[in-house]
Design a protein around this ligand. Structure first.
Ligand code: TXA
Ligand code: MG
Length: 348
């Protein structure tokens, strides 16, 4: 199967392209599409066979549930068994947008979509292309990130093409995903809601709307099992060995320079993930800027793209600075730690 790529302009969506894509979804097929977080690999969430195809295409373990994407609140009521009060408050504050809510499902949602769980993850994305596709596809699109399992999530149509070109019929190319990392996931089935995956919507932003919530301890403690099945797998990994270097700015720079000098002596090709503020301080290796520390959105936006760029350059080892920025530091470090398989060196 050869993938067809159709360009789509968010502000002037071609209805014919959307109706063709919607038809593929309704007939049980798969379409890759842009969202404001990352590209998604979509199929009809209510057709068990369609959901199964997603797992096959991605090479995803079947116990890892999918997020169901919707385009209006009435559609949400049809697939859950109970709507806690927090749902409406959170939807008013953050939907459409990068927040996924976990609720108890009803019989309409097949276990093939939820990885055998009695709960279902639901998100209303803000991308206009995504919303149009969901409507045309029948209202419920199951979509994981559109990468081969384990690879960095795709933030450009080119990334999707690279991973899936022989495996799906259609990719909607809407340009760069605005945010660049996946949605925040919150479980609303427990007495105190739990954040299962940190993202663009921070814990503080959520607490501002519904009061106290907790962060799943499995997110920060690598010895504990995370509550979201997908968070336990190694993920987002580039082909090179990624190592994070932690400490104050000057110590990190000199430590990385030392490590690279050693690698170069051993004949290895090394890379560095720095920022606009620091890249001038590295002497050797392929040095790339992930963004500006003062503008944390830029770091989030470039995170996955930069990991894929190193793959293209064929480096053996990548050293990265740490980015515990005020609002999204937890989300950024969660993804980087997983990509690095939790390898962290302390610079002193
Ligand atoms: O931003 C996003 O959320 C993107 C775009 C495409 O919308 N999607 C995405 O999906 O990141 P995926 O499949 O790559 O990640 C979904 C995560 C996995 O870690 C999965 O285990 C968790 O959500 N998840 C889904 N349903 C769940 C459930 N019922 N209970 C616990 N965790 C769940
Ligand atoms: Mg993913």
């Amino acid at each position: 199967m050869r993938m067809m790529v159709k360009k789509i302009d968010e502000d002037n969506i071609d209805p014919e392209v959307i109706s063709q894509a919607g038809r593929i979804i309704r007939e049980g097929g798969i379409v890759a599409f842009p969202t404001e977080t990352v590209y998604g690999l979509g199929a009809d969430a209510l057709q068990p066979e369609a959901s199964k195809k997603i797992y096959a295409v991605k090479g995803r373990p079947s116990d890892n549930p999918l997020i169901v994407h919707i385009c209006c609140m009435e559609d949400m009521e049809r697939i859950v068994s109970y709507m806690p009060e927090a749902v409406k408050l959170l939807a008013d504050a953050f939907w459409p947008g990068p927040l996924t809510m976990i609720l108890n499902k009803n019989d309409k949602v097949p276990y093939e979509t939820t990885g055998g769980m009695d709960t279902v993850a639901i998100r209303m994305p803000s991308s206009k292309t995504a919303l149009a596709l969901i409507r045309a596809g029948g209202g419920y699109i199951a979509a994981p990130s559109a990468n081969i399992s384990g690879r960095p999530s795709p933030t450009l149509a080119e990334h999707v093409y690279e991973d899936l070109k022989e495996r799906i019929p259609l990719l909607l190319d809407g340009g760069a995903a605005g945010i660049g990392i996946e949605s925040t996931i919150i479980d609303l089935t427990t007495e105190v809601p739990v954040i299962l995956r940190p993202g663009y919507i921070s814990l503080e932003m959520i607490e501002g709307v519904i009061g106290p919530v907790i962060m799943d301890p499995g997110i920060t403690d690598s010895a504990r099992k995370p509550k979201a099945p997908g968070m336990k797998y190694r993920h987002y990994a580039p082909e090179a060995n990624l190592i994070l270097v932690e400490g104050d700015a000057d110590s990190v720079i000199s430590k990385i320079n030392m490590l690279i000098a050693e690698d170069v002596r051993m004949g290895k090709k090394a890379g560095v993930i720095g920022t606009k503020e620091t890249i001038g301080h590295y002497g050797q290796g392929l040095v790339l800027s992930i963004g500006e520390r003062r503008e944390e959105d830029t770091i989030v936006h470039n995170l996955y793209k930069i990991l894929r760029e190193f793959d293209g350059a064929g480096v053996d080892v990548i050293y990265s600075e740490c980015f515990s920025t005020p609002r999204m530091g937890q989300a950024i470090m969660n993804r980087l730690l997983k990509a690095a398989g939790h390898q962290v060196i302390k610079a002193i």
